[in-house]
Design a protein around this ligand. Sequence first.
Ligand code: XBP
Ligand code: MG
Length: 262
Amino acid sequence: MQTSPISARGESLRAIVLDVDGTLVDSERDGHRVAFNRAFEEAGLPDRWDVERYGELLEVTGGERRIKVYLEQQGSSAEEREPLARRLHARKTEIFTEMARQGEIEPRPGVHELLDELEGAGVRLAVATTGSAPWVHALLERLFGLDRFETVVTSDEAPERKPDPSAYRIALEGLALTPGAAVAVEDSRNGLRAAKAAGLACVIVVNDYTRGQNFDEADLVLDGFGDPGPPTLVLADPHGVGPPGRLDVETLRRLTAGGSAG
Ligand code: XBP
Ligand code: MG
């Protein structure tokens, strides 16, 4: 197992690029899934995604693609599913945007504390998500204040969905930083692959849907943010950065070479 600092790039931590779904918010099971099902129901369709099926469908990033893959599994033709998926997803986006606006989606425990600490330490904040701009903006505004994020990259800006690295690359361009000066915080294998392909160090904070995924390339794997609440369990710490029971700015600094643990 690798125990050295992750790189010799010599840069210090300037920014954190955060994923939204599953990372800032635990939004999939009781948020997006519910909104997809409401869209099916309003369209008069019998389809409903239960918790387990939705977990399988999460392998497909991007809500419209997820609906398309599902419809294809159900035997729908390409001519049928393209416009139907577009229509269903447009309605799902409206429904979920309203849920976000109404405060139905909450931050994961410890996220507020981490963002405050990062800002206090002068670390810039950005977002790279595969989600759609209307709800992403509504959610960030409601929970944290949209202005706190210098760059917010959604599926409206990125040409491809994760694991494609485009969202991370565009975020770095927006920040005018090289990958060595930023660390990504993600929850899933698709997000990890996107961040690593863009050249960022990546911390994974697992949730119930992603706990069993392969995070071999991650620079740190935690089971939560750790503050408030019980100290986070460290699931993998290949560089020996030793987080103090929570994800804090010092730990994130050690993941860039300028502040390495080595
Ligand atoms: C998030 C997604 C999104 C959401 C739903 O992935 O894949 O599709 O599930 O949002 P990540 P939309 O956390 O890796 O960014 O319906 O707006 O796509
Ligand atoms: Mg995610």
